[in-house]
Write a protein that binds this ligand. Structure first.
Ligand SMILES: *Cc1c(COP(=O)(O)O)cnc(C)c1O
Length: 381
């Protein structure tokens, strides 16, 4: 018998994906902004109260659209957490922004709201909070600062579908927000993303940027009688094939979320006592936030302990992984970085570990992962 192997991620198929793709293909309209694209967008607008939703080919693309919409120019400053995925910073760097890296909270990898104000200068244009693991940043504090200094707030909600802050959907609070439907996210289309627009000022221009700088979307609605080049932009919209796949996923959103949250709780319950005994911290969900079952992470007491747990699990066929390397210490940025030490971000880089997490993970498999984790004995060297 093959020895057991539990991967870190396994993209879930609801079973309708290929059926809808076939429909899209047979409809004869397979480029972007067709029936499936509009179904997905309307569903997300209605469910989460976005003023406008536009499907994109990735969250990275949606963030690039945000950088264009925010009119980021050379030398403008954008505040981004260091403990995040590359795209959160990259999208703004491409527009010439100077990235000001913020540290994470001591109790959560999200941006430390208390330390944001000191990073604001007359050149600051935007703050980009990341809802790490789908757990909300304290948005009231961030929006208050944005009002005070006249800044834009762009939510990196890549991991935050169907999660809430004081009852408000994430992605509906900032002026703009970006979601990901990459295969590692709760709802996936292989590659895919969404731009959510919550500020009227950006609605018209967002469609133009989305459609290669043309007013094609307006033309197809019959609002103008010819279309042409009116602004900058790119080809940010996905084909109907991707939207059809995504629709099959969105139809099952509630079921997907329910199971993922169950998985999370099974891990949490099973590991709580073990974690305390071993100096490992399990996730903290603040009162104002919900848990959307995006991932299960733990913060080990040292890099050494983290790496030992990963190898222990791997020896037993279980693929646990670490996560981001602080962006201010990346090969690309290290030599350009002039800010303070970011102690928390470095701590999460060194000590955070993520356990296998996907819809089809069975109760028995989770139990096994818990038991094998508990069987870990630290070697002091
Ligand atoms: C996944 C992710 C992204 C990038 O998403 P893509 O759809 O792959 O471009 C950006 N930011 C965060 C926080 C992510 O988790």
């Amino acid at each position: 018998m093959d020895s057991l192997k539990i991967p870190f991620n396994k993209p879930y198929l609801t079973g309708k994906e290929t059926q809808y793709i076939e429909l899209a293909v047979r409809s004869g309209k397979i480029s972007g902004n067709g029936r499936f694209t509009q179904k997905c967008q309307k569903y997300l607008e209605d469910k989460y109260g976005f003023k406008k939703a536009l499907l994109t080919t990735s969250c990275t693309d949606a963030l690039e659209m945000c950088a264009i919409l925010a009119d980021i120019k050379h030398g403008d400053e954008v505040i981004v957490p260091s403990y995040t995925f590359v795209s959160t910073a990259l999208a703004f760097v491409r527009q010439g922004a100077k990235i000001v890296f913020a540290d994470s909270r001591p109790d959560h990898p999200g941006i430390d709201e208390e330390k944001l104000e000191e990073l604001i200068t007359p050149r600051t244009k935007a703050i980009v909070p990341v809802h790490y693991a789908g757990v909300a940043c304290d948005m009231d504090k961030i929006m208050l600062l944005a009002d005070k200094y006249n800044l834009l707030v762009i939510e990196d909600a890549a991991q935050a579908i169907d999660s809430f802050y004081k009852g408000r959907p994430l992605g509906s609070i900032g002026h703009l927000a970006a979601f990901s439907f990459h295969e590692t996210k709760n709802i996936n289309s292989g590659e895919g993303g969404l731009l959510a627009i919550n500020d009227d000022r950006f609605i018209k221009r967002s469609e133009i940027i989305w459609e290669k700088g043309t007013n094609r979307a307006e033309f197809f609605r019959g609002e103008v009688n010819k279309y042409g080049w009116v602004d900058i932009g790119s080809s940010f919209l996905p084909s109907e094939i991707i939207a059809a796949y995504l629709w099959a996923q969105l139809e099952n959103l509630d079921e997907i979320q329910k199971r993922r949250i169950e998985i999370w709780h099974q891990y949490f319950k099973g590991l709580k006592n073990w974690a305390i005994k071993n100096g490992v911290k399990l996730p903290v969900i603040p009162d104002y936030a919900t848990n959307n079952g995006h991932m299960f992470y733990m913060v080990c007491k040292s890099a050494d302990q983290r790496n030992q747990i990963i190898s222990h699990l791997k020896k037993n066929g279980i693929y646990a992984v670490f996560h981001y390397l602080s962006l201010h210490k990346s090969n690309f940025y290290r030599s350009k970085y002039i800010g303070a030490d970011l102690i928390q971000a470095d701590n999460y880089s060194d000590c955070l570990l993520r356990l296998p997490f996907f819809f089809e993970l069975k109760d028995e498999e989770i139990e096994l992962i818990i038991n094998i984790t508990k069987d870990f004995h630290e070697k002091n060297n």
